[in-house]
Structure formats: structure tokens, C-alpha cells
Design a protein around this ligand. Sequence first.
Ligand code: GDP
Length: 326
Amino acid sequence: MDIQTLADAVKNGERRALARAITLVESARADHRAQAAELLEALASSGRQALRIGLSGTPGVGKSTFIESFGMMLIGQGLRVAVLAVDPSSTRSGGSILGDKTRMDRLSREKAAFIRPSPSQTHLGGVARRSREAVAVCEAAGFDVVLIETVGVGQSETVVAQMADLFVLLLAPAGGDELQGVKRGIMEMADLILVNKADGDLKSAATRTMADYAGALRLLRKRAQDPQDFPKAMAVSALEENGLQTAWDEMTTLIDWRRENGFYDSTRAEQARFWFEEDVRQALLAQLTTHGPLRDAMTDLGGAVARGELTPALAAQKMQGLLQRT
Ligand code: GDP
């Protein structure tokens, strides 16, 4: 396959090329990895930037409904929208497949939309890196907005936040008046909390939940990359398509502010460094299983530790010595 031709076709917005390019970056095969690196290098020259929005929420909260309504609204405004999914779980969580086209029926039929379900499951680090590269491919293909969907289980938000310009947390109205056990770390990552299902019988509960989270957000430490009033909590209804324009206005206000104040570029620069380091870390780790002598040493030293002949600390030092000589 000629990588330069593929890159040109992606930049021309050809859908089949886009799908092929993403398949290539998702592949774990060593020869594909080399081609993927070449492709990403060729695409980087496009200089295009999409607004990358990370979207997280537990199964059932309304992620697909939201993406469909929100995506259709953006398309109505002349924007092109890509949807990618990062699913960290080995078994699909709660029956919902992230980025499932059948659950985004209208959006998936739009020419201006591109929906990609999460790649097959492996180690989270691998999935995350490949998703990050898929984002870069969509960006080069000229999408204005890339929505990165993930399920709210803790570790996946962290990696999605590392590839997004802003992070949206979708929540459901709480039954009682307590916060829904949302981990503090996830709250701290959110730029915008959207309490969904603010319609019908759930409307007042949604408004109450929104107020609770607005209060909780005020107690968090102020981040340098936030203007006044951010992070924010809002109530929306993905089903009735209420509050979506306001949510979009808030997102663009936040991003415009970050652009003007240098945080947009500095965050992207830090993220690029993170992914470089992550790639090196993963490659080093992989050597422990792919490099024959290192793999054998791991087995031998591991056996010696298990038999009580070596302490873990000493065995690890021997391993380190071996790594340095490799
Ligand atoms: P996901 O698992 O997070 O992708 O959630 P879905 O989008 O599949 O939605 C789960 C359920 O919640 C479905 O039955 C939706 O119809 C419903 N739902 C989603 N958004 C809303 C909303 O804004 N209001 C109401 N009342 N129900 C909603």
C-alpha cells in the first residue's frame, strides 16, 4: 500500500481512505505500526485542527442519545462531526457498545458524520494510543469536531482527557439528594457536567442534581486553564434536544478563552509529549515479552523468586542490569 496516496485520499476527505487509515493505526502488527507512523507523519502536514471533545458517562446515562442529538445539531450548523469510542472494558459494559451505529441511527446516515466503534479489546494503553491516532486521522480528514466517547469507569477518562481539548461528563438525575458517587478524580477532569434527562418526570430531579454538582464544582481547586465560572454544570435533555445549543455555546466560549490565553496550545503540546512517552513506555514493556533473552530472563528470575532463592528486589536489579546491556 502506498502510504502517501492513502494520506492524500484522507486529506481529500475520502471516506474509504479514512476507514482504511483508521484500521491501519488500530493494527498492532509491527509492519502496520511502521506504516501507521509514516501515515501520521504525512497527515501532520495538513495543519488542520478539530475541536476534540471527550465525553464520558456510565451506561444508560444517554451517551448515544446525546451524541446523536448533539451531532445532528452541529451538522445542521454546517460542521462535520466524527465520533470515536474508547472502551477500556474487556467485556462490553452494560450491554452498550460504544460508538454503535445502530444506536446513532440518524447521525450514521449523514454524509457529514463519521462514526467509528472502539477497536477490539487489548491492553488499555494500546487501545488508547490507537484512539489518539484515530483522532489525528479524523482531524487531517477535515472534521470540525471529534467526539471521543468513553464509559465512566475511572481509568478510561484519564486517557481520553489526554487526547481531548475539553472534557464533558454526562450524568443522570440522582434519585435522592446525594451526589452519585462520582469519583473526585473524574469531577476534577470535567470542564462541563451535563445532567441529562431533564425532561418529563425527571426534570426537577435533574435541576436539583445540577445544582448539587454546581456546588461541588465550586469546592474544587481552581485550575489555571479555566476562565471564571468554569467548570460548569448544566441540565440538558438529549431526548427532547433541550439545552444542547447552550452546551455548545459554553464549550466554544471555553475553548475560545483557552485559545486566547495560550492554554489550548500548551495543553496540546503537553499531550503530544505524554503520548510520545507513553509510546516509549509501551515499547519497553513489550520487549519483556517479545525479546527472547529478556523474556527468558523474566521466566528464570521469576521462578527463582517464587522458589525463595532470590528476593524480588535483587531479581529486579539483575533484570535491570540485563535491560541496560540490551
Ligand atoms: P448510553 O448507554 O449512555 O449510550 O445511553 P443511551 O443513549 O443508550 O440511553 C439509555 C436510555 O436513556 C435510553 O432508553 C434512552 O432513550 C434514555 N435517554 C437518553 N437520553 C434521554 C433524555 O434526555 N431523557 C430521557 N427521558 N431519557 C433519555
